[in-house]
Write a protein that binds this ligand. Structure first.
Ligand SMILES: Nc1ncnc2c1ncn2[C@@H]1O[C@H](COP(=O)(O)OP(=O)(O)OP(=O)(O)O)[C@@H](O)[C@H]1O
Length: 344
């Protein structure tokens, strides 16, 4: 179990992490997701013991491992955590096996036991054939596997990942997601994974915390966040593609009835229809792009700073310069205040 209570980290007057509280049970895969600068890495560094909280506590199982109010932090090497960064940070002068063996040596494990554990984790990551190579003799994806093997070798109870896949190409990234989840399950550890990529978050997590400006916008399962976003930020951040928000006062009059004029209306891409001609229940946008997705078409239009995306069957044939008319359902899926809070 990981319990984070009122965790805050200030740099001068700036709060990078601002009173965050959340808890996940053992074996969870918690993803911290949000835009650049929202405080994800600072959170992870506090979990790793690399950064002292300004206030609040971090608890792993029954142990408090960081206490900002009392001003103490258990050393990173004594927290039973493993850490993998975006840059793999392998030791260039050591072979693959040497890199994986190193933390076991530091832990003073006996030689025979070390050998068998190194072989076991290399096998688990499918890199046993590379054991005698040096880091500069293997690919980026293979280096990332070595970094993961090195992290799990000492059997830490908590695995911490900071954007571990962002240096890999798109195809490898998708493969490594599955691989990482397999390793996570095989170890029985609790994982915390930082990413700015909501697709990664939604596909991997048991629990997601969407961060924005150092605060948790919403904490829940991927399904909950998509089905029931509690803020406008979450509504337009998660989902493939994310939901659309339109100011109520720009809706066609047939769709505005009974809605508060100042609010933002949320429409899901799959609830819209697209046409080349306008009607009294449609909104006109400048056609921007269309792409095939799983036998359907994803269509996007822009109007000033507004963007609208629909996923439809039978899309009209459009070219840049054409108008696309999105037909709206009777009621929006949700309403948000201009400030972002959910109204209904
Ligand atoms: N040592 C520091 N001194 C001052 N400000 C810092 C320090 N470390 C981080 N910050 C600030 O705290 C905020 C959060 O940083 P953090 O690295 O946690 O963000 P992030 O969400 O991980 O972003 P990214 O995805 O770009 O890595 C940023 O505005 C950053 O500039």
């Amino acid at each position: 179990m990981i319990r984070i209570h009122n965790l805050t980290k200030s740099f001068g007057v700036f709060k990078a992490v601002d009173h965050i509280s959340l808890e996940v049970p053992q074996g969870s895969f918690l993803v911290l997701v949000g835009p650049s600068g929202c405080g994800k890495s600072t959170m992870l560094r506090m979990l790793a013991g690399l950064e002292r909280p300004t206030s609040g506590t971090v608890q792993f199982g029954s142990n408090i491992v960081s206490d900002g109010d009392r001003g103490w932090v258990i050393d990173p090497s004594r927290r039973d955590t493993g850490l993998v960064f975006q840059s793999y940070a392998l030791w260039p002068h050591m072979t693959v096996a040497g890199n994986v063996d190193w933390p076991l040596k530091v832990a003073k494990m006996g030689k025979a036991e070390r050998q068998s554990r190194v072989a076991e984790v290399l096998r688990m990551l499918g890199i046993e054939a590379l054991s005698a190579r040096y880091p500069n003799e293997i690919s980026g994806g293979q280096q990332q596997r070595v970094a993961i093997a090195r992290m799990i070798a000492p059997r830490p109870a908590i695995l911490l990942f900071d954007e571990p896949l962002s240096n890999l190409d798109a195809k490898l990234r998708v493969e490594m997601r599955t691989e990482l989840l397999r390793v996570h399950r095989a170890t029985g550890a609790t994982s915390v994974y930082v990413t700015h990529d909501q697709v990664e978050a939604m596909t991997m997590a048991t629990h997601v915390a969407v961060l924005n400006n150092g605060r948790v916008e919403q904490f829940g399962s991927p399904e909950e966040l998509v089905a029931n976003p509690s803020t406008a930020f979450v509504a337009t951040f998660v989902g493939t593609p994310p939901a659309n928000l339109v100011p109520v006062n720009t809706l066609p009059s047939t769709r505005m009835d009974g809605l508060p004029k100042e609010a933002l209306a949320m429409y899901r891409p799959e609830d819209l229809l697209a046409a080349g001609e306008g009607s009294d229940d449609s909104l006109a946008f400048d056609f921007a792009e269309a792409s095939p997705v799983a036998g359907r078409t994803m269509l996007t239009g822009t109007r000033g700073t507004l963007r609208m995306t629909a996923v439809v069957d039978g899309a009209p044939r459009l070219q840049v310069g054409d108008k696309v008319h999105f037909r709206l359902p009777n009621m929006p899926a949700a309403l948000f205040a201009q400030s972002g809070e959910r109204l209904s």
